[in-house]
Design a protein around this ligand. Sequence first.
Ligand code: NDP
Length: 247
Amino acid sequence: MRFENQVAVVTGSGRGIGHAIAVRLADEGAKVAVVSRNVANAAKTADEINAKIPGGAKAYAVDVADRATVVALCEQILADFGRVDILVNNAGITRDGLSMRMSEGDWDLVIDTNLKGAFNFIQALQRPMIKQRSGRIINISSVSGIIGNAGQANYSASKAGLIGLTKALARELASRNITVNSVAPGFIATDMTNVLGDQVKDAVVKQIPLGKFGEPNDIAAAVVFLASAEAKYITGQCLAVDGGMAM
Ligand code: NDP
């Protein structure tokens, strides 16, 4: 029970990796604000947690890119739970295509969701963390943000941006006992990667030293470690959880 009496906000926790992170934090005692774009998905994760741990979670729906709504939502979360100890910026999307043909809309949507969305939550929640002189912020980046990926100029830029954002914030917030780290998943079996064709999947697996896709729980385990007291002397880092892809 490493997170007893702590409150966590996990964006994009209606499905996939975020779902695994929310469940894992709740299993270890955290109360979890389950944030997703789609209210039904958020409710599903919150219901699953509450069935095991009554009062363990509450569902919220928001578009993370919509700054004003995020600010209002964070005020609501603080009113509902009284504090926030852990923020996991996990919500993310892809809109793949070669850069030559990428529309401005697809560029903006990915940057606004993946990068600005994280900044929106950080700005809204860092003040209470500063006041309580403690906090953990974990941003979910990607192997594409470290080594790049053809067809993902927008996504790779957003994920590399998260690594830079993490480092700048780690320096800004260190004196307030707030650590800021990122986790860079490789290819993880979720809805996001299920859309890839079998040929693409086979080609990807050949690039993974451990020879297989990861599972959402592989990422959740790393996030939970970085959120825990054991990681108190780790800040500004990017932990790749990718089967060795980006070593
Ligand atoms: P999924 O597509 O399975 O789930 C994405 C989640 O993000 C959903 O809960 C979705 O909400 C939410 N979301 C998307 N856009 C918004 C938005 N604008 N506002 C609020 N919530 C939003 O993705 P994964 O679980 O695979 O990915 C999670 C994170 O991990 C992402 O940041 C992704 O980039 C990153 N990642 C994933 C990898 C992989 O291989 N799967 C590899 C590297 C990084 P809803 O359910 O309501 O639609």
